[in-house]
Design a protein around this ligand. Structure first.
Ligand code: SF4
Length: 161
């Protein structure tokens, strides 16, 4: 039975940097969970970061640039947390391989989970087009990454996979 990786925070886990969850009210998600197809995951927690933790943004590009060593993930105070973000991305990929997961639904705009946009490192809520570190790494391995607004498309992909 094909499974889907889902960011832990929209599933109600209070793992965000501010200690909150971001519950996603979705009949499709409920259906997939009831069927035992959802594998929840928080890359930043898996990378060793605590809850709560300082907000972080990618400075110098997007998740692909981080993976290529051309950008860093930093907190507003300037701490470099790149290693934790890359470790979390690798843990996500390992989990996908363990469960033969080919589809993911990840929270938008996060420096880990964002799949279409990420904040630009200025901590002014300005965003640029691009993926977070985990989304970028999964896509490099041909795992389809969607955001929560695209969950219907993710479900179609899951049943095709
Ligand atoms: Fe949610 Fe992803 Fe941030 Fe974890 S890393 S809190 S799963 S958006």
């Amino acid at each position: 039975m094909s499974k889907i990786l889902v960011s832990a925070c929209p599933l109600g886990d209070p793992v965000r940097y501010d200690g909150q969850a971001r519950h996603l009210d979705s009949a499709i998600l409920d259906e997939l969970r009831a069927a035992g197809r959802v594998v929840p995951f928080c890359p930043e927690c898996a990378g060793g970061l605590g809850v709560p933790r300082p907000a972080a943004e990618i400075r110098g590009g997007d998740g692909d640039a981080v993976l290529d060593g051309r950008a860093r993930v930093v907190t507003e105070a300037g701490a470099d947390v790149t290693a934790a973000f890359v470790a979390g991305a690798r843990a996500a990929l390992a989990l996908c391989r363990e469960h033969d997961i080919r589809v993911a639904v990840l929270t938008e705009s996060s420096p880990s989970c964002g799949s279409r946009r990420v904040y630009d490192g200025s901590f002014t809520r300005r965003a640029l087009a691009g993926a977070g570190v985990t989304a970028a790494l999964l896509r490099r391995q041909d795992i389809a990454v969607y955001n929560p607004f695209e969950i219907a498309a993710a479900r179609r992909q899951l049943f095709r996979a």
